[in-house]
Design a binder for this molecule. Structure first.
Ligand SMILES: [Zn+2]
Length: 121
C-alpha cells in the first residue's frame, strides 16, 4: 500500500479556498463547493493563512452536495504553491512538534506556524 493506493479511494477537489460558514472551494471553472470534515480538517479550512490559497482536498461528495474531506490521518489537505503539491502541517519551533491543525502547541502553549511540506511527516 503506497501513497497512490491510499489516495485512490478518494476524489480530489482543487481550487481556491474561500472563507464562509461553511467554507467553500472555488474551482477553476467557477463552481463553489462547500467543504467539511472532522474537527482538525475544519480548523485548517478556517485558517486565515490557508484561506485565499489554492488548496486540494481529498474526500467524497455527500448526497447534499457537500464535499466531505477524508479524516485528518489520511492527509486530505494540500496547498499548491509554485507548482508543488504540499501537505498542510503546523509546526512549533520551540518544541519541534508537528501537528495537522492550527492552534496552540500542546507543550509550550505558543501559537504554531503554518508549515507546508512536500512530505507528510
Ligand atoms: Zn511548543
Amino acid at each position: 500500500m503506497g501513497v497512490w493506493a491510499a489516495e485512490s479511494k478518494f476524489n480530489s477537489l482543487r481550487g481556491t479556498l474561500r472563507a464562509g460558514e461553511p467554507p467553500t472551494v472555488e474551482t477553476a471553472d467557477g463552481r463553489r463547493v462547500e467543504v467539511d470534515g472532522d474537527d482538525q480538517v475544519r480548523g485548517v479550512l478556517r485558517d486565515k493563512r490557508v484561506i485565499g490559497g489554492e488548496v486540494e482536498v481529498l474526500g467524497q461528495l455527500d448526497p447534499k452536495g457537500v464535499f466531505q474531506a477524508a479524516p485528518i490521518h489520511e492527509n486530505p489537505l494540500f496547498m499548491h504553491r509554485g507548482g508543488n503539491r504540499l501537505y498542510v502541517t503546523y509546526w512549533c519551533d520551540i518544541c519541534a512538534i508537528r501537528t495537522r491543525t492550527p492552534g496552540i502547541c500542546w507543550c509550550c502553549r505558543e501559537d504554531t506556524e503554518l508549515d507546508l511540506r512536500d512530505r507528510k511527516d
